[in-house]
Design a protein around this ligand. Structure first.
Ligand code: GDP
Ligand code: CO
Length: 389
């Protein structure tokens, strides 16, 4: 991988956020110059063998899930966390077939579980993490909850890196690029606490009879603008550093992932940045090793465009709502930014009144869970866990 080095980095306490970096060439030899870093296949390969890829999936087209799995690079562990329909129209059963066929043909190790597995309920309870359960005792619906299920399983695989790829991707090989970019970010990082977030230049749409390469995401633009404003009101300097507020596709070192908090609803990704700023810039974090060694956030623009399932205007509104309400409720927000968020949401017909801006539930870091207990209980109670080695 040949990638630009960040020319500019902003520092918030022990958190460094690097400027957006572009990929210049997909393959390279290993070298470093003041402006560029070439990362060799061998270097990437070494990281991939220490990586777990988590694929959250809920009722996506089976073809898409299949393509995503097939383009995950050799060497990574895979965990599929499904919250798909069961019962009469058993989507989960069909996903299981995709997964077992994938393993039979490729021999790639893969683990799969259903989010509503009763064994997960007991395991989370016994491990002291009931916050993830709903009133009926099952793991709640939601992508964040699925991510935490995946993280907890990954933690038990003793790997150093964990990353997420969505299952609704129409360009399978872009997933191969994403995972190699996460690895590249981890190689650049000078600390064991690092995060890599992806940015896309284009989001192609079919317009009449041709493909139109529309610039990436309106929701992302709005989220980024408010996240940058949130920073500016504290530093007194206008900034544009944040380009990946809604980076659904991202990776973290396991050390960072286990001290990360997760916001539910459609606000996981912007909240990660807010959490880092609240906890490690304006807060007095109890995670002293992270404070001492520092945290780095990389933002990388991919070569591939991002083409995923179009889930309609309602989904866009929910994303805007989730993203902005998490900024609104941040400890870092002042009245000015709160008012601007309200106006933005009203303008986009997302809400009518302030009281609709409910606070999203936050899932705390998994570091305090009793992992030994979790895995012991899960293995004896799970009804859906499948591990192919
Ligand atoms: P967007 O791409 O950020 O607009 O959001 P998507 O709706 O595409 O969701 C991202 C990924 O999370 C997709 O692979 C979804 O299938 C998956 N997903 C959505 N909701 C859930 C859930 O409740 N549980 C799990 N495990 N995955 C989910
Ligand atoms: Co999607």
């Amino acid at each position: 991988m040949l990638i630009e080095l960040p020319r500019h980095t902003e520092i918030f306490g022990c958190v460094k956020i690097h400027e957006l970096q572009k990929v210049l060439k997909f393959e390279s030899n290993s070298f470093e110059s003041p402006l560029l870093r070439g990362v060799s296949r061998e270097e990437i390969d070494e990281i991939l063998h220490k990586t777990v890829v988590i694929v959250p999936v809920k009722d996506e087209k089976l073809h898409l899930l299949d393509g995503v799995l097939r383009s995950i690079p050799q060497g990574c562990e895979i965990i599929v966390v499904s919250n798909s329909q069961r019962g009469e129209n058993d989507v989960f059963r069909m996903e299981k077939e995709i997964v077992s066929n994938f393993h039979r043909v490729t021999k790639h190790p893969i683990t799969m579980i259903h989010q509503k597995d009763p064994g997960l309920s007991v395991a989370f309870k016994e491990a002291g993490y009931e916050v993830i359960l709903d009133n009926s005792g099952f793991v709640r619906n939601g992508k964040a909850e699925g991510m935490v299920v995946g993280l907890t399983l990954a933690k038990n695989m003793n790997k150093d890196y964990v990353c997420f790829v969505d299952a609704d991707n129409y360009i399978p090989c872009s997933v191969n690029e994403y995972i190699k970019l996460y690895a590249t970010g981890f190689i650049l990082s000078k600390t064991p606490y690092s995060m890599v977030r992806l940015h896309w230049r284009y989001k192609p749409k079919v317009m009449e009879d041709r493909l139109y390469f529309k610039k990436w995401g309106r929701v992302s633009e709005i989220t980024n603008r408010f996240l940058n404003l949130l920073i500016s009101i504290h530093t007194g300097f206008e900034t544009n550093i944040i380009k990946t507020g809604n980076a659904g596709e991202h990776g973290m070192s396991m050390k960072l992932a286990e001290i990360m908090a997760h916001s539910t609803g459609y606000s996981v990704e912007p909240y990660q940045l807010i959490y880092l700023l609240e906890e490690f810039w304006k807060g007095d974090s109890k995670f002293k090793e992270a404070v001492n060694l520092g945290i780095e956030v990389y933002q990388i623009e991919t070569l591939n465009p991002h083409v995923h399932e179009d889930k309609g205007d309602e989904h866009i509104k929910e994303m805007l709502f989730g993203s902005l309400s998490t900024i609104y409720h941040s400890k870092l927000a002042n009245d000015k930014i709160k008012n601007e968020i309200l106006e933005e949401l009203k303008k986009n017909e997302v809400i009518k009144k302030e009281k609709e801006l409910k606070k999203n539930k936050i899932l705390p870091p998994i570091i305090n869970m009793n992992m030994k207990k979790f895995i012991e209980v899960l293995l004896s109670h799970s009804e859906t866990l499948i591990t192919y080695q």
